[in-house]
Design a protein. Structure first.
Length: 232
């Protein structure tokens, strides 16, 4: 397995040092440290990371603000939040930023290792395009360019890898209800209705609806207890 290049953004120096040491002792990680969101964003701009792990409540720039800055430049880098702030508001704000998971403190470095590897396994899954020749689709008034991960109409809207995968899955089953558990299994390799992945799915569906808002004939309909259906 290749060494995982991690950016660890954490203002608690002792916790940061212990976590870094434990992960690097496995021989599977190279951990770069940042003590606040400002330093974390500077590190992100200077080099490429396989995964970013960040706290929320930090000086100078919070973890959430740092994620906003990162997502403007990179919609796909895996991000995990580690925090003791687990009220619904903070969890919701985290998932609105398309994080990959939210880990409640305190935790052991071994648990973080498991979370990181699970996320990276999910990201490495190749998304199979059933038709190799056709990579652009007419979606109402939009052109859905799967290869370049964008929607084209009045402007070009870039999609994250996950947004493109979800939209493609719904498109290939248009006018049919796609079970939520099947979506989770296909996109995240999750069996059943995982709470965190289900929340991320909801966020992605909300964003896709906004992207497609210029054509009122396109609907992504939620059928409670059943699944989702794309109609146009």
């Amino acid at each position: 397995m290749e060494v995982i290049k991690m950016l660890l953004v954490e203002d608690d120096e002792a916790f940061r040092t212990i976590t870094k040491c434990c992960l690097e002792l496995t021989g599977e990680y190279q951990v770069y440290e940042a003590k606040d969101g400002y330093e974390g964003f500077e590190s992100f701009q200077s080099q490429k990371f396989d995964v970013i792990v960040t706290d929320i409540d930090m000086p100078k720039i919070s973890g959430l603000t740092m994620i906003d800055l990162i997502r403007k430049e990179d919609k796909d880098v895996p991000i995990l939040i580690t925090s003791g702030l687990t009220d619904s508001k903070n969890v919701h704000e985290g998932f609105e930023r398309e994080i990959d998971n939210y880990i409640k403190k305190p935790f052991q470095p071994e648990e973080l290792d498991d979370f990181v590897k699970s996320v990276l396994r999910q990201r490495k899954k190749t998304f199979q395009i059933e038709t190799e020749e056709i990579k652009k689709f007419q979606l109402g008034a939009y052109i859905f360019d799967l290869e370049n991960r964008c929607l084209i109409y009045k402007e070009t809207i870039l999609l994250s890898g996950r947004e493109a995968q979800i939209l493609y899955l719904l498109y290939t089953n248009k006018n049919k209800i796609v079970n939520r558990a099947d979506i989770l299994k296909k996109i995240w390799d999750e069996a059943g209705d995982s709470f965190f992945q289900s929340r991320i799915l909801d966020v992605n569906i909300s964003k896709l609806r906004k992207y497609l808002n210029d054509d009122p004939t396109i609907k992504i309909v939620n059928f409670r207890g059943k699944g989702l259906k794309l109609t146009f």
